[in-house]
Design a protein around this ligand. Structure first.
Ligand code: COA
Length: 330
């Protein structure tokens, strides 16, 4: 039985740092409130120039992951990107990345699954490898959330940041690799987190044509509660599926939406925070990019060794959520 194996990781974030103190000058908030309620101290914001769009960050993260994997772009069969902030409505960010990398053989597509985009993309690539239709795959989570942030809404603008992360997958017949990915969606709660723009919803589209900005709208409190329950439940399902317990998990790499969500989820799973990777304090919530950025940083910090069980768990707009268990392979 073939499975996808992570053989390279990479990530990038924009140079510009926006601190909580900076935000005190933009909205009615304080460093103390943001730190206490979210765990965020600062976030990276794209310059909006030509080299920090979602596709640029995706390409940069990918080059770093490909270099670690020792795989050339020409050997890629698939590029899948989880994103809610594509450069354009179409073509996909993945097609821009394919062009930039000169990965001429690769089929390229984007996945829209809110903050769960990376795990959805990982599952698509892993399944393509399992069926033999794809050998080498590039899986990316990338966002320029600053482009859809309402800078007058203190309940959302303090949370968000920009960045990209990528992993390279190759086939494995051994015991290492992605052991399983578990995904769920529930569209009945879509109004807890959505974008105000329409595209095919005419009145909203007219708003954007008239120059009114579109942005993210969130009902944070119920979302918080759903996030904790859904992430804990799906992580439990993923561990049980692989006959593992929380004691077997070397590192949990959760979606970084709020440090209190991460801590509550870890507590429900009985995983101590020493075995939970967090970098939310410096990047905030980068949506689809949080997990691949965190995974890359944990990997480069030497926290992952061959044979370690890594638990990836996410939650986002849709609603969507998911968990993967990975047996680390290098
Ligand atoms: N600075 C200061 N006060 C703020 C604030 C800010 N940046 N944002 C909100 N507040 C205020 C609210 O206005 C409210 O004031 P009120 O009591 O006078 O009405 C108070 O803080 C509490 O607001 P509430 O929304 O209940 O806070 P909270 O503890 O739920 O924290 C979030 C807000 C957004 C941080 C939290 O709900 C959250 O993280 N939600 C989930 C985020 C998430 O999962 N997002 C996406 C999924 S990927």
């Amino acid at each position: 039985m073939l499975k996808g194996c992570i053989v390279g990781t990479g990530s990038t974030t924009p140079k510009r740092v926006l601190t909580n103190k900076d935000l005190e000058n933009i909205v009615d908030t304080t460093d103390e409130w943001i730190t206490r309620r979210t765990g965020i101290k600062e976030r990276r914001i794209s310059s909006g120039g030509l080299d920090e769009n979602t596709s640029d960050m995706s390409t940069k993260a990918s080059l770093s992951a490909l270099e670690m994997a020792g795989i050339s772009p020409e050997a890629l069969d698939m590029i899948v990107i989880g994103t809610v902030t594509p450069d354009r409505q179409f073509p996909s960010v993945a097609c821009f990345v394919q062009k930039a990398l000169k990965a001429s053989k690769a089929v390229a597509l984007d996945v829209s699954a809110g903050c769960s985009g990376f795990l959805y993309a990982l599952s698509i690539a892993d399944n393509a490898i399992a069926t033999g239709s794809c050998k080498n795959a590039l899986v990316i989570g990338a966002e320029r959330l600053s482009s859809i942030t309402n800078w007058e809404d203190r309940s959302t603008c303090v949370l968000l940041g920009d960045g990209a992360g990528a992993v390279v997958l190759t086939p494995s017949t051994g015991t290492h690799g992605i052991l399983s990915t578990h995904l769920q969606s529930d569209g009945s709660f879509w109004e807890l987190l959505y974008s105000s723009d329409g595209i095919s919803k005419i009145p909203e589209m007219l708003n954007t044509i008239e120059g009114k900005p579109f942005y993210m709208i969130m009902d944070g409190n119920p979302l918080f509660k759903k996030a904790v329950c859904c992430m804990a439940d799906i992580a439990t399902e993923a561990l049980e599926h692989n006959e593992l317990s929380s004691a077997d998990v070397k590192l949990m790499v959760p979606h970084q939406a709020n440090l209190r969500i991460i801590k509550a989820t870890a507590e429900k799973l009985s995983i101590p925070m020493e075995r939970v990777y967090t970098n939310i304090y410096k990047y905030g919530n980068t949506s689809s990019a949080t997990i691949p950025i965190a995974l890359d940083e944990a990997n480069r910090e030497g926290l992952l060794k061959k044979g370690d069980f890594v638990l990836l768990v996410t939650f986002g707009a849709g609603l969507t959520w998911g968990a993967s268990v990975v047996k680390w392979s290098f």
